[in-house]
Design a protein around this ligand. Structure first.
Ligand code: BGC
Length: 331
């Protein structure tokens, strides 16, 4: 009996400690910065942008766009989240932001129930949430700003059909099986090539959204499926990893379809190693997401979903900059 009571007491104390820590760190992380910032400058709002991975080059572009809008709208913007892709870490950061009574949250959407509950909790507490890059439509998130990921995958499939002739054995390297946008990009691609009897998808493996992961997976796929004629990489560093292996092994005649327009991807396209890439507009996403959150705070009506542009480019479309192809057309 005594042991049972003691056990309850320990569990209760642990719970108190965990809740206390969340609130304390929430206040430390968010409110200290705010008060410090306020000594010099009165911001209109305090928002946080929570990426899939803080130092990922692609997310740094979203941050850049978000910071541009934050300056224009006089917003104090924090950029915090997992060092390396980690769903639990992302959830923790959202929890801390809610405890810190942030004015608005911008984050990558996920499909886990825990994530949905947390978003709904934030919105329930009057904190608007804008999903960026990846949506969570079955949550109460206030808005989504980003690529139509299924459509982007579909465009990729159409590009493969248009760019190749004869039988194709395709290996897909996707960022993370757990990421909703990656699933949609694979599904859209599969649907686009479904009726094309000459095209067969031989395998789908993940890279954990790192270049090193993509390199390792490419080696494994080439060993397992020496018959592969084409690779499709569905996150920003996958195409670069695939190309690195193909280049180092001096393999010719492999078709490589990448995602995004990071400088290294464009260089590899220029060299003729990557054949095509799906363009996203991360800076535009970041900018529009902060703008949307600001307008929501001001009580303005906003469309729930705002898809940013998507298109596919080839070597002949170079040089390419993020501003060149607004709306999928050359200006
Ligand atoms: C995706 C992001 C992902 C990134 C990883 C991009 O293509 O849109 O969701 O975090 O690749 O490098």
């Amino acid at each position: 009996m005594l042991i049972k009571r003691l056990l309850y007491l320990v569990v209760f104390l642990a719970f108190l400690l965990a809740s206390g820590c969340t609130i304390y760190f929430g206040k430390e992380t968010f409110h200290t910065h705010e008060s410090l910032a306020q000594t010099n400058h009165q911001f209109s709002y305090h928002f946080v942008l929570i990426p899939e991975e803080v130092d990922n080059e692609y997310w740094r572009l979203i941050e850049e766009g978000a910071r541009e809008a934050a300056t224009i709208y006089n917003v104090n913007l924090e950029y915090l989240g997992p060092k390396q892709a980690d769903s639990d870490e992302l959830l923790k950061t959202i929890d801390v932001a809610i405890a810190g009574k942030i004015d608005g949250i911008l984050t990558q959407g996920m499909k886990d129930q825990e994530f949905i509950s947390l978003l709904n909790k934030a919105v329930g507490k009057g904190i608007p949430v804008v999903t960026v890059d990846t949506d969570t439509p079955n949550s109460e998130r206030t808005s989504y700003i980003g690529t139509d990921n299924y459509y982007a995958g579909f465009l990729a499939g159409k590009a493969l059909i248009a760019d190749t002739t004869g039988e194709q054995k395709v290996a897909i390297i996707t960022g993370r099986f757990a990421a909703a946008n990656q699933k949609l990009r694979v599904q859209g691609f599969m649907d686009a090539v479904e009726r094309e009897k000459r095209i067969e998808i031989v395998d789908v493996q993940e890279s954990n959204i790192t270049k090193i992961g993509a390199v390792k997976t490419t080696h494994q796929l080439l060993m397992k499926h020496p018959e592969v004629t084409a690779f499709y990489g569905t996150s920003a560093l996958d195409g670069i990893g695939i190309a690195q292996v193909v280049e180092s092994k001096n393999i010719n005649n492999l078709y490589i379809l990448a995602f995004d327009t990071l400088p290294e991807t464009l260089k590899l396209m220029e060299k003729g190693i990557i054949d095509a890439t799906v363009v996203q507009y991360p800076k535009q996403m970041g900018y529009k997401a902060v703008e949307a959150l600001f307008e929501l705070k001001q009580g303005k009506e906003r469309e729930e979903i705002k898809h940013t542009d998507t298109t596919v480019i080839h070597k002949q479309d170079l040089p390419f900059t993020q501003a060149t192809f607004i709306g999928g057309r050359r200006p």
